[in-house]
Design a binder for this molecule. Structure first.
Ligand SMILES: C[S@@+](CC[C@H](N)C(=O)[O-])C[C@H]1O[C@@H](n2cnc3c(N)ncnc32)[C@H](O)[C@@H]1O
Length: 258
C-alpha cells in the first residue's frame, strides 16, 4: 500500500538509545530509516519521525535542530485541570447534553479527542493515516502513564487505525455522537492563523476529499447525532442544513440529528 507521504517521510535514529523501536517503526510505516550521523541524511525527505525527550515527534528541516511536534496530552489553556472537566463551550454544546459515547472519526493530532476525553465522555478514536496513528499511539501511551490518569484509574481512549468510512460500519454499538473534523481546503494559500502542526498535516496528507462519503457513513452509523467541525467560510458538509450550529473562533460545529 502506498501512503500519501511516500518519499516525504523517514524515521530518524539520532544515534542514541535502542535502535530497535526505530527499525520497527520504519517497517510499520514502510518508510526509510535514516541515521543522523550519516552525511546527507537530510537530503531525501522533508519530514522525520524520532523519539525525543520520551515522545515520538514529527520533525521538519527547521525542527531537526531542536524541538518537534508530538501529540500534546496537556489540558488546553484555560481548561480546568480536574477530571472530568466541565462540559461547557461550543464543542460540548454541539456534542449534546445527553451524549455519553462519542466516536472521533478524524482524530489527527488528537487535540479535540483529548478535550472530549477530559470532559468525561466515553471515547473511541479513529485515524486512517498510519503516521498520525503512530503519533497518537505514543501520545495515548504517555497519557496512560500520567499521574492523574493512574490516580483515577482511567484508561486512555481506544484508537483504531484505519478508514472510518469502513470502520464505522462495523461498530458493535451505535455511539450517541460521531465527531468529524476533516481537512477542508484553506481559504487562502497559506493562512497565517493555521497552526504549524495542522499545516504539516495538510502538507503530508492533503485535503480529505472523501469527506462527503465519511459524512454519509457517520450519519448511517450514529445512534443520535453527527457533529462536524468546519471553518466558518465552508458550506455544511453533505449539502444539507444542520439542525443546529455552534460558533467558535473562525469555526463552526454543525450538528446533524439522525
Ligand atoms: C483536520 S485533522 C483532525 C484534527 C483533530 N480534530 C485534532 O484536534 O487534532 C483530520 C484528520 O482526519 C483524518 N481522516 C480524514 N478522513 C478520515 C477517514 N475517512 N478515516 C479516518 N481518518 C480520517 C486525517 O488523516 C487527519 O489526520
Amino acid at each position: 500500500m502506498t501512503h500519501p507521504y511516500t518519499g516525504k517521510l523517514a524515521v530518524l535514529y539520532e544515534n542514541h538509545g535502542d535502535p530497535l523501536p526505530f527499525v520497527h517503526l520504519a517497517e510499520q510505516l514502510a518508510v526509510p530509516l535514516r541515521n543522523s550521523a550519516d552525511i546527507g541524511f537530510d537530503q531525501h525527505e522533508a519530514f522525520f519521525l524520532s523519539w525525543r525527550e520520551g515522545m515520538l515527534k514529527l520533525l521538519d528541516h527547521e525542527l531537526l535542530k531542536k524541538g518537534g511536534m508530538a501529540v500534546d496530552i496537556e489540558p488546553r489553556q484555560g481548561e480546568q485541570r480536574s477530571w472530568p472537566a466541565p462540559k461547557d463551550g461550543a464543542l460540548a454544546k454541539a456534542l449534546g447534553r445527553k451524549t455519553k459515547t462519542v466516536v472521533d472519526a478524524t482524530t489527527g493530532w488528537g487535540q479535540d479527542s483529548l478535550h472530549i476525553f477530559r470532559m468525561g465522555y466515553e471515547l473511541l478514536c479513529i485515524e486512517r493515516s498510519p503516521l498520525m496513528a503512530a503519533l497518537l499511539a505514543d501520545g495515548f501511551k504517555r497519557l496512560a502513564q500520567a499521574d492523574w490518569m493512574q490516580r483515577l484509574q482511567l484508561q486512555p481512549p481506544t484508537l483504531l487505525a484505519g478508514n472510518a468510512i469502513e470502520l464505522l460500519a462495523s461498530l458493535p454499538e451505535p455511539p450517541d455522537c460521531i465527531y468529524l473534523d476533516p481537512m477542508f481546503p484553506p481559504k487562502r494559500k497559506k493562512s497565517a492563523l493555521a497552526k504549524k502542526s495542522m499545516m504539516v498535516l495538510r502538507d503530508l496528507l492533503g485535503d480529505d476529499e472523501d469527506k462527503d462519503a465519511l459524512f454519509a457513513a457517520a450519519l448511517e452509523a450514529t445512534g443520535k447525532r453527527v457533529v462536524v467541525k468546519c471553518p466558518d467560510y465552508a458550506p455544511p458538509l453533505g449539502g444539507g442544513k444542520p439542525s443546529d450550529s455552534f460558533h467558535g473562533k473562525l469555526l463552526r460545529y454543525d450538528v446533524f440529528l439522525k
